[in-house]
Design a protein around this ligand. Sequence first.
Ligand code: 3PG
Length: 212
Amino acid sequence: MSALSHVLQGPALLPIIQAEVPSTAVAIAQAMQQGGIGSVEVVLRTPKALDCISAIRSALPELLVGAGTILSAADAQAAKDAGAQFLVSPASTPKLLQAMLDTGLALAPGVSTPSEIALALEMGIRELKFFPANLSGGSAMLKALSSIFQQVRFCPTGGISQQNLAEYLALPNVFVVGGSWISPASAIASGDWAQITALSHQACSLARQLKQ
Ligand code: 3PG
């Protein structure tokens, strides 16, 4: 298994794509790529999410495409079969972590407590999604965790926006920041791809300043 931080491309950002149809997913991904994004996470929360992953892979081969909201072994395998290049989950159980490891893909399982971090470490996983970041203590919690879990790095996600992005990017134990603020539902509904490109551009500028 490669570490997710080694396969991620572009600035230290992992925007979420949630789309009902593959053509919309490709339009969102393309708008993000035009704004400087190199890696995206397609969440398995719509019936066509797996088709969205395959469509982005074939339309935009230079973008790194992962699958998020992995909740079962079946999700993990289906995401891999659809072409996902890495896996992200909102939670960690021994069974789910083993299933994600079995795919051989890079991964970031979700944690929000010290015990979940310890479970992931027992299974050899050191890069974790911190979710839901804001509600789980935010950057202050990540600072507190840094002295205890010195070998762990996090992808905070949940409640992050352009307003609080910098406080997460500035933390040494954060390797990438995720979230949906770059693709607002209103922009998707109106097909305002230029807004998604502009939001991507703003976030990428900050990430380049704080994480190079
Ligand atoms: C996730 O799947 O990681 C979260 O839904 C992202 O949370 P956000 O929508 O608050 O960015």
